[in-house]
Design a protein. Structure first.
Length: 600
């Protein structure tokens, strides 16, 4: 037999898959997969975000969904070629379903499918108006009483939510709500974003004053409108706030600032939400079909309860309420916690001349920002990646193509290399008493983020202050109680304090569902975030995808959206398509709706 080039091998496999699926022959299709295969589907087959692991799960899904989905035209994506490295052939692929066009990625091992990513690009007949189809803007010709673009925008803003109901309400106008709102606008889904802060970007502006993004610019683009090439690598928080404000405006979002969502309830009969919001001092009742909580996964503060908090005479607040260091010069500050916020706040307090002690209860994963950028992110998100032709969309899809079940296997070598490169640095931190970890299975920062969204510090300078003792450290201890002027630790140490900051993290987003809807609905939906990896703070059973994020939940019409800028950009595409399909009455039978195993 002729030894075919990667393109030929990939095309043969895609043809065989196409034939088997078109003929409805599930077994023939399953035969094309490896035993240890993974098929990650972002909405195309499952109307869900779901990874099928192994042939049996692929078979079950196809049996349930193939007849409806009617996939066809599987081929190497236009303009792309397959490639082969270390015996793995991979390629960008394209295909269609009955109702959508899809794009994806495939890896072949020993001639069979090892990983398959299928994602929905657009719904047929409901494509975004772009390129040749972009709007005209001007209306050439002559017409009496014609309205300008501005007048039309003003009319829409005046009627939506009052004389005309939005199809979708997004609660929370941070980057998550804004990115989703932009996509829904392009898909012509009438949407109102409700935000209790005054202006878009305020959720960043209101954080502690020293904060800059920890992720680099290449990772942070919003949909449609990338940052310019002279944008700084790490956006200062007020600058990203301004970008979000500009973005919300030019993307023509119906953004209700200074508006708080007070209550929401779902009527099963009319399949409609009643959402009560407070706007301009008046109650407004909205009646959307879909409700998205984009209220922030780092927004529901975990505030510990310690004896004596009620008698403490100094300032005490959660890290999210920390105003910055200015008024604490020469004061004694105790920061409870040892993750990102704790480090940033300690460093800023030290810079302002405060006497700072960090209290570290348990181990923390620390990674130097430049090591993370160079070894962890550079191949996909960096200037070098851009120069070598990597686009943001492709980087997002490559990352998405690695199944969560095996993602840690790709991450462990990266963090081993970082440990080797920064061995002296880690030694110095340990010598200062800092308790380090690298994740339960040494898989580092990304896995910790995906599993629990906490437990790490991306070092932008504070670790040196810990190592050299400028930031004092008490580790392996917890707070026992507070007195009027001090914090007493479990080892008996008394730390005099004029300020206590609780940098103790955030709770699950279903807490917002409990506040706004009901405890019953919050419990029905269950914990938000995490993979079910059975590692610290991410209890099993294995879910294979982030719990409840960007996909249908146990509560009809209720969705959760958010995450870092990369996730907001990437997953808003698939959430917006799920919402659009529902608005257009396209059947969206959900395959494998997740069960709730944990309440929070
Ligand atoms: C210290 C710190 C550093 C971080 N660094 C990065 C980083 O470098 N890169 C990154 O991508 N992410 C970072 N994150 C994570 C960051 O929280 C998220 O990326 C981002 O804030 C998530 O955006 P969001 O829109 O999901 O939520 P948020 O920005 O939290 O927005 C949620 C919004 O919901 C609003 N809201 C809540 N309840 C209601 C209500 N009832 N009615 C109306 N409005 C309501 C809030 O006012 C808020 O504006 C960091 C987080 C913290 C705390």
């Amino acid at each position: 037999m002729l030894d075919k080039a990667p393109d030929g091998k990939m095309s043969d496999l895609l043809n065989a898959l196409d034939k088997a699926l078109s003929a409805g022959e599930v077994e023939r299709a399953v035969d094309l997969f490896q035993t240890d295969c993974y098929w990650r589907d972002l909405v195309t087959f499952t109307w869900n975000i779901k990874t099928m692991e192994g042939k049996e799960q692929v078979r079950d899904m196809l049996k349930a969904r193939l007849a409806d989905t009617k996939p066809s035209n599987w081929k190497i994506a236009d303009g792309e070629d397959a490639s082969e490295t270390d015996g793995i052939i991979e390629s960008w692929i394209q295909f269609e379903t009955d109702v959508a066009r899809g794009f994806g990625h495939m890896r072949l091992k020993d001639g069979r499918i090892w990983t398959l990513l299928t994602t929905m690009s657009e719904l047929k007949g409901h494509e975004e108006p772009l390129g040749f189809d972009r709007p005209m803007g001007a209306k050439h010709g002559a017409e009496r009483n014609r309205k300008t673009w501005k007048e039309e925008r003003e009319a829409e803003a005046a009627e939506l939510g009052y004389s005309r109901q939005p199809y979708c309400v997004i609660v929370g106008g941070g980057q998550g709500g804004i990115a989703l709102g932009a996509r829904l606008r392009q898909l012509n889904v009438p949407t109102i974003i409700v935000e209790k802060n005054e202006r878009p970007g305020d959720s960043w502006r209101k954080r502690y004053k020293s904060l800059c993004l920890h992720d680099p610019v290449w990772y942070d683009h919003l949909p449609y409108l990338p940052f310019p090439r002279n944008w700084p690598v790490f956006s200062p928080k007020d600058k990203i706030g301004d970008w979000l404000e500009m973005y919300a405006k030019v993307m023509e979002l119906n953004y209700w600032g200074a508006t708080e969502c007070k209550k929401a309830s779902y009527d099963q009969k009319s399949r409609e939400w009643t959402v009560i919001v407070q706007r301009d001092g008046k109650e407004v009742v909205l009646k959307p079909k879909q409700l998205v909580l984009a209220t922030g996964m780092s927004a529901k503060p975990n505030i510990p309860k310690f004896e004596g908090m009620d008698i403490f005479k100094g300032d005490q607040h959660h890290s999210s309420q920390h105003p910055g260091p200015d008024k604490y010069k020469n004061k004694k500050a105790v920061v409870i916690g040892s993750n990102n916020s704790a480090h940033d706040i300690c460093a800023a307090l030290w810079e302002a001349g405060a006497d700072v002690t960090m209290v570290q209860r348990s181990t923390t994963h620390v990674v130097k920002s430049d090591s993370l950028m160079e070894l962890g992110l550079a191949s996909l998100y960096s200037e070098q990646a851009v120069q070598s032709g990597m686009t943001t969309a492709k980087a997002d899809l490559i990352f998405a193509s690695l199944p969560y079940r095996i993602l840690h296997e790709f991450q462990i070598p990266v963090y081993n290399a970082i440990r080797e490169r920064d061995a002296d640095y880690y030694k110095r931190l340990e010598k200062a008493g800092f308790l380090l970890d690298y994740g339960d299975d040494d898989s580092g920062l990304f896995m910790k983020y995906l599993r629990r969204g906490s437990g790490y510090y991306i070092d932008v300078g504070a670790s040196e202050l810990v190592a050299n003792g400028s930031i004092k450290l008490k580790s392996g201890v917890d707070v026992k109680k507070l007195t009027e002027h001090s914090v007493i630790l479990t080892d008996g140490t008394e730390l005099p304090a004029g300020l206590v900051v609780y940098a103790t993290g955030y709770g699950s987003m279903n807490g917002f569902a409990a506040d706004l809807i009901s405890r019953e609905v919050a419990d029905k939906v269950g914990k938000v975030w995490g993979l079910g990896s059975n590692t610290t703070k991410d209890p099993g059973p294995w879910e294979g995808e982030q719990r409840n994020m960007w996909k249908p939940t146990q509560q009809e019409g209720l969705w959760f959206h958010g995450g870092n800028l990369h996730q907001s950009r990437h997953y808003s595409q698939f959430l917006s398509l799920q919402l659009k399909a529902r608005m257009e009455g396209i059947p969206t039978p959900v395959y494998g709706l997740q069960k709730a195993h944990h309440l929070s």
